[in-house]
Design a protein around this ligand. Sequence first.
Ligand SMILES: [Zn+2]
Length: 683
Amino acid sequence: MKFILPLMFMYAFAFTSCNTGDKTITTDSKLKVRTSFFDKTGMDTIIKPGDNFYTYANGSWFKSVVIPDDQSGWGSIYTLFENNQKNLKSLIENAAKSNSPIGSLEQKTGDFYFAGMDTVIIEKKGAEPLKPIISRIDSVKNYKDLINLLAKLNAEGNSHPLLAFSVDADEKNSSKYIPTFSQTGLSLPEKSYYTRSDSASIFARNALLGYAKKMFILIGTDNATAAKNADAILKLETAIAISHRTPVETRDPQKNYNKMSAAELQKNQPNVNWAAFFSELKVTPDSINIQQPEYYRALNELLASLPIEAWKNKIKFAYISANATTLNKDFRDANFSFSKVFNGQKTDQERWKKMITRVDEGLGELSGQLYVKKYFSEDSKKRMDDLVNNLQKSFAARIQKNEWMSDSTKQRATKKLNSFLKKIGYTSKWKKYDDVVIDKNDFFGDALSIKRHFLKEKVGKIGKDVDRTEWGMTPPTVNAYYNPTNNEIVFPAGILQFPFFDQNADDAINYGGIGMVIGHEMTHGFDDQGSQYDEKGNMNNWFSKEDLSKFKAKTGAVIKQYNAYTMFDTIHVNGALTLGENLADIGGLAIAYDAFKMTKQGMGNDKIDGLTPDQRFFLSFAQIWRLKDRDENMITRMNTDPHSPEMFRINGPASNFDPFYAAFNIKETDQMYIKPENRSKIW
Ligand SMILES: [Zn+2]
């Protein structure tokens, strides 16, 4: 699992309507010039800003917004994503019409898109494309055969259902790649779903039983046997789940670093047969990192102790489920019915939306070239460069002014800050997909060809120097990230748009929007995880002993603050799970504000839309995060997502920040009020 810190949850999105409340005028067919950058009508001014700033900024919008049936939530980010989907759709459809030669980027993206859109062919093929895999599993006699078969299937491009394999930077030697394995093997979002007795967990387990049963029926198993198979799968996954670390535990980079030799690994878990896995891939790695060894130890035991029939059913189900969206409608519907338990979507998305997402995931640096050519300007890049540099300066000044840190730690922090690699817009080195073969009439085969390509790319990295130009997100992505092993902050073209950023907006809007996002990503370099890596991206403590214990006490207070927040009256935010993101939000707001105060507008007092510059800055911040989630989606997020619910991504940082109190005249009697001496000021 690649360890990056994204700005937000990776929403499975695509959208149907737009309601940001902003006005646009069209001057020509291509270029829209926005004239209003803030949605005043979305506010609820009956609410006092000091009682609930998020609702004050977004309350009227919240009351009127309707989540489209095919969505798990709706808000600024979704709207932006929808626009990107539509833009990509027209680019890809035009590419397909261009009659470009076989192998060109237009042919590959266009034909892959239309292969997936051709549901007549897909329907006719039914479960046929999967049958060879199923019959190979059928012929297995014991777990040793099974593990050898999985190694073969993996090398053919079908991801291994029991070994979560990636090739990442070695966290203690960050210029070299190392094969990395993390815990896997579960169909439910995380381990507690298998053992908790609350109604949502029971419902989730029953949904898994129903889903697995349905999948077996669809490949021709009789009803009674299908139900029995499903039961065995749930039992087997429950046994696996016990060995898993909790989402909070997986946030500890030290505990996730367990480097060993291939020989040692093979000796530790002979039943897993690591040697077969690597030999099928034709690689002999020097060393390997096992992020969560407990899982692999349990797997080694369970392979030999559980009945082979249970394992065969588990593996069949894993492949069917992983390929369900490339098969005919019955498989897709069953897959949707299961996923909506966790995201709350009412209806499945239209085919074109899913295919656009698929092209972006599979061939993203091809379709991304079309995207940036049309939708990303060099002027935007220049403005972003300035913003990032200004934020870096204001962060440096904050480190110097810091009251709790010793000079030596300040020096190291500054060194790390000044070493950030900054990536804006899109990659400087587009990836090639020469080995990908796209046939308009073979969607399943196309998807496999893409998977094989990614595997080849991954395996090719083993033992090589880390390519620091590589991007972990495609250009149209509406997100951003910090990657600790590269010490880099990355902002894809997709997020450099309104409401986060607009060339023509005033500074309050841009600094409260994208400025906050930049500050957030920068602070990740100094959050509870990121701060464990030095300026070169190596896991290496650079705090003095005393400063580290002060830092831990301060982050402990933030955990406590967020633990007290609740959704649905009784479900508490997990302060430990969300700590890194909350620190990034708290730091990001402060850094963005300081940078804003260096601008002409920030230093002045001119009102726009009746708002002072400071009020406008904070309200812009509160409006970029407005989001209405379906309850099912929110509950899944609270169990698994390291980001707090949006309300607390606003109210948490604001309530810790003195200038917010001044901007809105917050009083001691207001609900968000925190005594000045108790406000968290870390960075
Ligand atoms: Zn983040």
